[in-house]
Design a protein around this ligand. Structure first.
Ligand code: ADP
Length: 643
């Protein structure tokens, strides 16, 4: 080969080698660059991982710290809870489903006096047995086995009732047991000794207060009796003196004595009623009565009061109303007496009109009877309308001051009405007049619904009875005799007053000075009517009447009308009086016309005329009873009736 070719070949080879080298160099460079990148990425990853590991370590540390804190908080909470449970003086314990003690505070365990057996694991039945065996509990009259059985029976109830047990040292523990959702039982043993002691103290204090109240009532009753007996003498004598010959000045003195005495007696009665209502000792006595008789009595009562001033007294009663009801008519009369009395007192001229109507019966058949008293008097200022129902409250202005009164009447009336399920309401306009309304639900009597005509027969029943039940005797005697009246009264002055009061009557009067003498006199003297004082030495009026009734029944004798004369002002006594067989009662001081009413009612046939003139029954009463139309008594009618 030629050199040139050789050189060319060699040059070509060299160039090729150089190209290859360059290529390899480039490849190496690229590989190097790649490697560098990788190394960078790796470094970054390592840094990241390191950071992550650091974070994780921090988080773990935090979690560990939190856990430690939580543990310590739980510990504190547990300790506090337990400290609290330990601090309370009451027992606390938890039992598991097998009734074994899990935990109990010192108060719970202290009852068992550190007995080693009593601790976690002891069962409830074992605790009960220990209480019995160690005499921890005072089981009173119970037998131990019974007591144990009762305790366990209670324990096994799903919801045990609270139970109070008494410990040996006199302390009282109330057991409260509650089942929790997981079957545990949480038990509380509360020391209620102080509560029970306080309760007992309160009960004793209440008993003492009640006893004091009873003593107060009894004292008032006694005092009223003591006060009323001499007052009866004063008022009675003044009444008699009034009818004797007196000069004008003397008549004024006597009238002052009489009216002051009467006012004093009314005051005593009011105060007594009120104190009795206040002590919640007022007893209502339901008895059959006639509405029309009640109305007639009221009219008669207020007739004298309107004689001295130009005031007309009206009374009307719905004629369709049943006449007879069962209720405490004494109390109804008392309320009406106060309301009509006020109306008359506060009316200088015009009229006082009372209407009696009824609403629809209630589900028990009781009729709401409404007594509406309308007057044309001084009226009551609007701002005083509620005030006057308070105790001792009066419309206190110059106008009012001249009227007498205690300010107790309306307070008593409202309370009495409410006691009977009724109400007292008022509407008034100052200077024009007032309307007072008593509404009281009344039970019509069984054989009632009979209007006036029937009640008239009933009222004259006393006469009829005496006439038919005494007929044989009268015929056998066949001699006209005087009516016989027996009056039992231990007080000499009262006997004198009574004698004077009836001196105008043509009767044979005999006195007895105590119940025993009254009984003997009743046997011997055979009176047509007995007036019986209640409080008498040896044998009181109630006992004497009971014995009279017993003998009448035994020997089939006619019933002698017996009318109680009582100085007892305490309301509620009359139920006792009437339950002793007395037919009626009159309160001292005795009123002549009321005594005469009783005499008229009891007057038998075949006796000499008792009253001067004829035997006419009380005019006002009869005119009311005889009508079946709504009754309106006008003053002129009253005078006609009286004639
Ligand atoms: P008293 O009549 O004894 O003062 P009340 O309790 O019965 O006591 O009456 C209280 C007061 O109510 C009376 O003093 C009087 O001021 C007023 N009042 C009662 N009824 C009437 C009436 N019909 N008209 C005017 N005022 C009356």
């Amino acid at each position: 080969m030629n050199l040139h070719a050789e050189l060319a070949k060699e040059r070509r080879a060299r160039l090729a080698a150089e190209r290859l080298l360059k290529l390899r160099q480039e490849e190496l460079h690229a590989a190097n660059a790649q490697l560098g990148k990788h190394a960078n990425a790796l470094t970054e990853e390592i840094v990241e991982r390191r950071e992550e590991a650091h974070d994780l370590r921090e988080q773990t540390d935090q979690a560990l710290q939190d856990l430690k804190l939580a543990k310590s908080e739980i510990h504190i909470a547990k300790r506090r809870l337990w400290d609290s449970i330990e601090t309370i003086e009451d027992g606390f314990a938890v039992f598991d489903e097998q009734h074994e003690l899990i935990v109990a505070n010192t108060a719970y365990l202290s009852v068992f006096d550190d007995m080693p057996l009593v601790g976690p694991g002891v069962s409830y039945p074992q605790l009960v047995s220990i209480m019995l065996e160690e005499g921890i509990v005072d089981i009173g009259q119970d037998r131990p086995q019974q007591w144990r059985a009762r305790m366990l029976e209670r324990w096994h109830q799903p919801k045990p009732e609270p139970l109070v047990i008494r410990l040996w040292n006199g302390r009282f523990v109330k057991l409260l047991d509650r089942r929790s959702a997981d079957g545990d039982t949480v038990s509380l043993a509360l020391d209620i000794t102080d509560t029970i002691r306080n309760q007992k103290k309160l009960e004793r204090a209440k008993d003492r207060a009640q006893a004091a109240n009873r003593a107060k009532s009894a004292f008032l009753a006694r005092m009223s009796h003591e006060l009323r007996t001499p007052m009866n003498g004063v008022v009675g004598m003044a009444d008699l003196l009034k009818d004797t010959e007196l000069n004008e000045e003397q008549a004024l003195f006597v009238e002052t004595i009489r009216s002051s005495g009467t006012a004093l007696l009314e005051l005593i009665n009011d105060v007594l009623d009120f104190s009795k209502l206040e002590a919640a000792k007022f007893v209502l006595v339901a008895q059959e009565f006639s509405l029309r008789e009640l109305a007639a009595d009221l009219i008669r009562l207020f007739e004298p009061a309107v004689q001295t001033k130009p005031v007309d007294l009206h009374l009307s009663c719905d004629a369709n109303l049943p006449d007879r009801y069962i209720a405490d008519h004494g109390r109804i009369r008392q309320i009406l007496t106060n309301l009509i009395g006020n109306a008359v007192k506060f009316t200088e001229s015009g009229s006082v009109t009372t209407t009696i109507t009824a609403g629809a019966p209630d589900e028990n058949g009781r009729l709401p009877i409404e007594f509406r008293i309308v007057d044309t008097g001084i009226g009551i200022p609007a701002d005083r309308v509620d005030y006057i129902f308070g105790e001792f409250n009066q419309v206190d202005d110059q106008k009012n001051r001249k009227y007498e009164g205690t300010g107790l009447g309306l307070a008593i009336s409202r309370q009495l009405a409410e006691l009977m399920g009724g109400t007292v309401a008022v509407e008034s306009r100052e200077g024009e007049g007032s309307i007072f309304t008593l509404t009281v639900p009344l039970q019509p009597a069984q054989a009632s619904n009979a209007p006036a005509a029937v009640s008239e027969v009933h009222v004259s029943g006393g006469l009829t009875q005496n006439a038919l039940a005494n007929e044989a005797q009268t015929v056998a005697e066949d001699v006209v005799r005087k009516m016989r009246i027996l009056a039992a009264e231990d007080n000499k002055t009262n006997r004198l007053v009574f004698e004077k009061l009836i001196k105008s009557l043509n009767v044979e009067l005999q006195f007895a000075e105590n119940g025993r003498q009254a009984l003997d006199a009743w046997r011997e003297f055979r009176p047509d009517l007995v007036f019986m004082d209640i409080s008498m030495p040896e044998m009181d009026g109630k006992e004497a009447t009971l014995r009279i009734r017993r003998e009448e029944a035994e020997y089939h004798l006619p019933r002698t009308p017996v009318c109680a004369l009582t100085a007892h002002a305490l309301q509620g006594d009359e139920d006792e009086i009437l339950s002793s067989g007395l037919d009626h009662y009159l309160t001292k001081p005795l009123k002549k016309d009321l005594i005469f009413d009783q005499v008229r009612k009891a007057m038998p046939q075949g006796v000499e005329p008792v009253f001067e003139g004829d035997h006419a029954a009380p005019a006002v009463q009869n005119s009311l009873l005889a009508t079946t139309e709504p009754t309106v008594i006008l003053p002129e009618q009253r005078h006609q009736a009286a004639e």
